[in-house]
Design a protein around this ligand. Structure first.
Ligand SMILES: NC(=O)C1=CN([C@@H]2O[C@H](COP(=O)(O)OP(=O)(O)OC[C@H]3O[C@@H](n4cnc5c(N)ncnc54)[C@H](OP(=O)(O)O)[C@@H]3O)[C@@H](O)[C@H]2O)C=CC1
Ligand SMILES: Nc1nc(=O)c2c([nH]1)NC[C@@H]1CN(c3ccc(C(=O)N[C@@H](CCC(=O)O)C(=O)O)cc3)C=[N+]21
Length: 285
């Protein structure tokens, strides 16, 4: 049976529509949710993402503040900008696009962002909240994966989830979110033994490795759900995921495509986090 294709583009559009109407209500109360995006250097892919974020912010009626800095920006200059954005009452969410140039200490920068404006959910305070099961800002990509599973009505309780990849921005947080929904979770990485056999146990496979089509179709248990977070450029223009899509789609019950899967959800959830931040502020003033 052909797999259901989980249309991230369509689900993201739905999420944005909901955000848009809540933004209108907030504006009537005199609050415009605002997102600041900081880009250091001129990585072309980063530029594309930053452009998409800005466009969507404006479409939804949010305030958008963009800061594009040269790659020669010092750590002190970047920290000073973050200090300004922390203090700026128009800004409810701050995102510093990663990766940063090598001469800048990424951890230091992420920790400088006020935890109550941390739209990426990367600050140790928010990571800790997620760890103890009391999330405030949830990292966008894993949050988007959860919304996709909700959208297809998939209940994780008691299911075997195998996450391939253990990064702080995808693998670890997505594993914690599945755990909090009562899945039995295995996290794999570059030193995992017999990866194909581990993946074969999975009711849900979440691939976040960054290696084109490394998860093979015949590793997928028939009927499993496949979430492909990977974005790999092959050749000039083509994008592929971390999963061998065509072969996996023959066995899976549902699968996310690349492009048009998890990627668009990430941006939608960034806007959602900014909105939630503005809403929390309304409650405290
Ligand atoms: N769709 C979206 O919105 C987003 C997509 N991405 C994409 O997701 C992918 C992963 O990103 P990210 O988490 O940042 O990547 P990282 O490079 O930070 O992490 C990759 C992980 O994969 C593991 N790994 C590498 N090789 C293997 C292997 N042969 N077998 C098993 N595990 C392996 C690494 O293991 P170890 O820890 O042992 O080194 C590491 O834990 C990338 O393609 C990225 O572009 C990322 C963010 C958002
Ligand atoms: N502080 C920070 N937060 C991030 O969330 C962050 C980051 N830095 N650095 C880079 C990664 C990557 N990332 C993506 C977001 C959207 C798509 C996306 O929308 N992709 C489209 C394709 C877009 C294209 O054609 O290039 C899709 O999958 O359909 C992809 C990747 C966010 N990241």
């Amino acid at each position: 049976m052909a797999a259901q294709i989980i249309d991230g583009k369509a689900i993201a559009a739905k999420v944005r529509e909901r955000i848009g109407s809540t933004v209108s209500t907030l504006k009537e109360q005199g609050i415009t949710p605002g997102l600041a995006v900081v880009l250091v250097g001129d990585d072309p892919a980063s530029r594309v993402y930053v452009g998409m974020k800005k466009k969507m912010c404006i479409e939804l009626g949010m305030y958008s503040a963009d800061h594009e800095l040269p790659s020669t920006t010092t750590e002190a200059e970047l920290l000073a900008l973050i200090g300004q954005l922390n203090a700026d009452s128009r800004v409810h969410g701050i995102l510093v696009q990663l990766p940063l140039p090598d001469h800048i200490d990424t951890d230091k920068v992420l920790e400088a962002i006020s935890p109550d404006k941390d739209a990426d959910g990367f600050h140790p305070y928010n990571v800790g909240r997620l760890m103890i099961g009391k999330p405030t800002f949830q990292p966008c990509t894993p949050y988007g994966v959860m919304v996709m599973l909700d959208e297809i009505g998939y209940d994780l309780k008691g299911k075997e989830v195998v996450v391939v990849g253990r990064s702080n921005i995808v693998g670890k947080p997505v594993a914690l979110m599945c755990l909090s929904r009562h899945a039995t979770v295995t996290i794999c990485h570059s030193r995992t033994k017999d990866l194909p056999d581990v993946v074969r146990r999975a009711d849900v496979v979440i691939a976040a490795v960054g290696k084109a089509e490394m998860v093979k179709g015949d590793w997928i248990k028939p009927g499993a759900v496949v979430i492909d977070v990977g974005i790999n450029r092959v050749g000039e223009k083509k994008l592929v995921g971390d999963v061998e899509y065509a072969a996996a789609a023959e066995r899976a019950s549902a699968i996310t495509p690349v492009p048009g899967g998890v990627g668009p959800m990430t941006i939608a959830m960034l806007l959602q986090n900014t909105l939630e931040s503005a809403q929390r502020k309304v409650k405290t003033v």
